[in-house]
Design a protein around this ligand. Structure first.
Ligand code: AMP
Ligand code: GLY
Length: 420
């Protein structure tokens, strides 16, 4: 079948790499893609937030399956438009994507199905929000309701931070996304991510992971989109995983179906785990980036079969083959990220790396110019390795990243520290 992947990050490169290995895949396209993706797929210059452009391409090129990577096209309803035109699509409808695009919506779903999560209140006015923060005291967490590019959450250690955060949000720092605010109780514990596929009714767990959100070693510095990840996450023990499914995930999927907005696609749950009890921090309606890179390294070609079963509503008949393996990915980012950074520097040494099912360099912000790989983004490469232990994956990934010469880049030296 002809397949189209939407997106251009390390996440989409790892998806393309996995899908391309599956014999069911004939022609693989990716829009817009990047220099690394162009080695495994035909990159197409499409505006992936424009439904009619995407639809026209699918009809012209006889695309039989579309995999949507990022949240923005999902929140805009691209999956709805494709399905309305009988194109099999992996990804939730705009209404179901509210599990990511509205924090207040998700809190409401948790209330309806009694899923453990932080106590909260919703506000549309600054004064009442400030009053609530005074009543509750710090630490406290302030969140813009809508999509804010990962920047709309303020984990406030003091009342001043919380109030300044509220003032920012209500003065329009996040545009429409900040028209409403959710204020949450601060949860203590260790964070982990859990990825499941749902076809609207059935669920299929596809792996756990831990991200590294802070930019510098020792989890210091500002928050980023993620500087590295590994899978599985040891904190997600059998017991925690089974509680997460029975108390949070399955009730959410059931509640969505009950509301007439069944959830189809990958559901990425962020948990806070304390004393063996998981509580929901947030949902995302897409794969995590860079978590996806570690997951795809472990799943390989069967990722396509799983996504197809999901999109067709056939997850009840589908089983994954699990290897007892571990994967770890290190993000190579441009100096200055997540703040301002230069674009256009040259990356050397990539041709000295022999890629295999155990080592892959997934590209994010790159382009190719006259056989040179040029950095064009903040997060640029994802050096990903697989091994029979996390220690082995860690060793391989760091051994590989040292072969790359990129003066303008930096990476964390402690990816995996929590589990190692
Ligand atoms: P979110 O975008 O909702 O995942 O929030 C971003 C990050 O803020 C999370 O990964 C947590 O590290 C932190 N966070 C969010 N909500 C809470 C909470 N209620 N208590 C403690 N930390 C939180
Ligand atoms: N790595 C975090 C995310 O994709 O949201």
């Amino acid at each position: 079948m002809n397949i189209l992947i939407l997106g251009s990050g390390g996440r989409e490169h790892s998806l393309a790499w996995a899908v391309n290995q599956n014999p069911k895949c004939d022609i693989l396209y990716c829009a817009p893609g990047n220099a690394g993706i162009s080695k495994v797929a035909q990159c197409v210059d499409l505006n992936i937030e424009n439904s009619s452009d995407v639809l026209k391409f699918c009809l012209d090129e006889s695309i039989q399956f579309v995999i949507i990577g990022p949240e923005a096209p999902l929140a805009m309803g691209i999956a709805d438009d494709l399905r309305a035109n009988n194109i099999l699509t992996f990804g939730p409808s705009a209404s179901a994507a509210k599990l990511e695009s509205s924090k207040a919506f998700t809190k409401g779903v948790c209330d309806s199905c009694n899923a453990p999560t932080a106590k909260y209140a919703r506000f549309t006015e600054l004064e009442s929000a400030i009053e609530y923060v005074h009543e509750q005291g710090a630490p406290i967490v302030v969140k813009a309701d809508g999509l804010a590019g990962g920047k709309g959450v303020i984990v406030a250690m003091t009342l001043d931070e919380a109030i300044n955060g509220l003032k920012d949000i209500f003065s329009g720092a996040f545009g429409k996304a900040g028209a409403e605010v959710v204020i949450e109780e601060f949860m203590e514990g260790e964070e982990a991510s859990f990825f499941i596929l749902s076809d609207g009714k059935n669920i299929l767990p596809i792996g756990t992971a831990q991200d590294h959100k802070r930019v510098f070693d020792g989890d210091t510095g500002p928050n980023t989109g993620g500087m590295g990840a590994y899978s599985p996450a040891p904190i997600m023990t059998k017991d925690v995983t089974s509680k997460a499914i029975s108390q949070i995930i399955q009730p959410t999927i059931d509640e969505m179906a009950k509301r007439g907005i069944p959830y189809q696609g990958v559901l990425y749950a962020g948990f806070m785990i304390k004393d063996g009890e998981p509580k929901l921090v947030e949902y995302n309606v897409r794969f995590g980036d860079p978590e996806c890179q570690a997951l795809m390294m472990r799943l390989g070609a069967q990722a396509l079969d799983a996504m197809l079963a999901c999109a067709k509503g056939e997850l009840n008949n589908y089983k994954l083959n699990w290897a007892d393996d571990h994967a770890l990915t290190i993000v190579y980012a441009a100096k200055g990220y997540p703040g301002t950074y230069e674009k256009g520097s040259n990356i050397l040494g990539l041709d000295t790396i022999s890629e295999s099912t155990n080592i892959q360099v997934f590209h994010a912000g790159t382009k190719e110019e006259e056989n040179n790989i040029i950095a064009t983004g903040g997060r640029v490469l994802n050096i990903t390795a697989r091994g029979s232990s996390l220690k082995e994956a860690h060793r391989l990934a760091y051994e590989t990243i040292e072969k790359i010469q990129w003066e303008n880049g930096f990476y964390r030296n402690d990816i995996g520290w929590r589990a190692l």
